[in-house]
Every structure is written in structure tokens, then in C-alpha cells.
Design a protein around this ligand. Structure first.
Ligand code: FES
Length: 137
């Protein structure tokens, strides 16, 4: 099992939005992840649509959500926040890429063996005040 990193308190996740953080993939790439609350779930998904994978779900202001579904900002396909599955629009039949998290005592932890936590915010935010990561490759 990989490193377990605390991401946020469950209560800090907006009900109709998301929290964004950046991870380091096994191959060294950075990847953005959205943390969401659905109906009776807390889940994390890679921050890109399955219709066009260069389309981010959260473009820096939190992902748009309605009725427990994440709405792609480009063509409006909606993904179930708990399962990641989409049954509508251009992304119909696809599922978001999951990142493993767990909830303990009201806090959310990243427990994914394939990536590790780098910092809060998007990939471009690593120079933001309050972050300490200035790694370059
Ligand atoms: S890019 Fe997301 S539905 Fe088309």
C-alpha cells in the first residue's frame, strides 16, 4: 500500500462543487484530481472528461455539479459523482478514471497505490502561496 495522505475534511468539499488537487503519477507525470461528494459517497476522479480527454471537469473554479452528478463544461455530459459513470450526451457509456480515497473520522485520505499527493490546486498552481512544492523535471 502506498502513502496515505490527508486531503481534506469531508465538510470542506462543496456540496455542488469539488476540491482540486495535484498528484504525481507513477510515470512521473502530474495529474489533476477532483474530490467530490455525491449521494452518500466521497470520491476522487482524474480531472478530465472521457469524451475529450484534454477537457478538464474543473477548470479552476470547482467542477459544476447538480443532483449528485458532475457536469462536463464542454458538451454537458453528466457523470455520477459516486460511480463516475455517464449515460448521456457525447460521453455516454464512459466512466471517469477513479483515484482511491478513504474517509476516516470525517477526513478524506488519498490511498491510491498508483499516485501520490503533491499539493492542493491544479497543476499550474504549484507556485501559489502556501504550497511548498517547487519540483521541476
Ligand atoms: S468534452 Fe466532455 S462531453 Fe464532450
Amino acid at each position: 500500500m502506498g502513502v496515505k495522505s490527508r486531503l481534506a475534511a469531508v465538510e470542506a468539499i462543496p456540496e455542488n462543487g469539488s476540491l482540486l488537487f495535484t498528484v504525481r503519477e507513477e510515470d512521473g507525470r502530474k495529474e489533476e484530481v477532483v474530490l467530490v461528494r455525491g449521494d452518500d459517497c466521497v470520491e476522487a476522479w482524474k480531472n478530465f472528461c472521457q469524451h475529450e480527454t484534454d477537457q478538464r471537469l474543473d477548470r479552476g473554479f470547482g467542477a459544476a455539479m447538480r443532483d449528485g452528478e458532475i457536469i462536463c463544461p464542454k458538451h454537458g455530459s453528466m457523470f455520477d459523482a459516486c460511480t463516475g459513470h455517464c449515460d448521456n450526451g457525447k460521453a455516454a457509456g464512459s466512466t471517469l478514471v477513479a483515484v482511491d480515497v478513504t474517509v476516516e473520522d470525517g477526513d478524506v485520505y488519498l490511498v491510491d497505490d498508483d499516485c501520490r499527493y503533491l499539493y492542493d490546486g491544479g497543476i499550474d498552481d504549484d507556485d501559489a502561496p502556501g504550497t511548498s512544492s517547487h519540483l521541476t523535471f
